[in-house]
Write a protein that binds this ligand. Structure first.
Ligand code: HEC
Length: 202
């Protein structure tokens, strides 16, 4: 009869542990919208803002571009998370934000000014040509230090990387499909050969 109460205590302390680990007004990564998860996992009840990533749509290989994630909404404050899909590109935090696991997020909820919260950041382009997709989530919050009455929106921006040593945009993908192709060809040749052999024997 004692087990259920121990169980309940265990579950309760686990909940407390996980909520203190997750509760984080000082920034969140992994919720930019790059995966299907975004801040709406926890925050809701407010009017969704519009979120925009402004900055150059093309960069030279290896060049550095200045970008800003802009949250326009009714919230008193805002927070954000930005990530990229290209491991050869790197993000650097601007004023009011920090880099965590290669992604950027706010250091603390930032006050809105004239209906906007702006988070500047830097993108360092890869050394070879291609594309970098930037994923951004913006949370327009009411400033009550809670997850209620906050609105979230996500956006993406595509940056074309020009020039650089690589120069062949689709080298990677082409290489993949041709190496994928040859074993299949080999297998079907072997299979074909075996059927021929069997036929001859019969
Ligand atoms: C796993 C749950 C969870 C997720 C996901 C989450 N948050 Fe939060 N957030 C919280 C909690 C809980 C609080 C309440 C304050 C605290 O405990 O730090 C909070 C508070 C905040 C606040 C202050 C809110 C206010 O009204 O004062 C901001 C800003 C914020 N989060 C931004 C974000 C952003 C931006 C994202 C997505 C990139 C995000 N959060 C994703 C749990 C979450």
């Amino acid at each position: 009869m004692r087990f259920p109460s121990y169980g309940a205590a265990g579950v309760l302390s686990l909940c407390l542990l996980s909520s203190s680990a997750l509760a984080n007004s000082g920034g969140m990564t992994g919720y930019s919208g790059k995966t299907s998860q975004t801040c709406t996992m926890c925050h809701s009840g407010g009017t969704a803002p519009t979120v925009e990533i402004s900055g150059p749509t093309s960069l030279e290989a290896g060049a550095t571009g200045q970008y800003t994630l802009i949250i326009r909404g009714p919230g008193q404050k805002g927070g954000f998370n930005v990530a990229v899909d290209n491991t050869a590109a790197s993000l650097e935090a601007g004023e009011g934000s920090k880099k965590v696991s290669g992604e950027l997020t706010h250091s603390a909820p930032k006050s809105a000014s004239a209906g906007e919260v702006r988070f500047p950041f830097t993108l360092v382009a890869p050394q070879s040509a291609g594309t970098v997709k930037i994923f951004g989530a913006g949370n327009s919050v009411n400033g009550d230090n809670n997850i209620t009455l906050d609105g979230v929106a996500t956006t993406t921006a595509s940056v074309t990387i020009t020039g650089g040593a690589g120069n062949g945009d689709n080298d990677d993908e082409g290489g993949c499909s041709s190496t994928g192709g040859s074993p299949v060809m080999l297998l079907s040749l072997i299979a074909g050969g075996m059927t021929l052999l069997r036929r001859r024997r019969n």
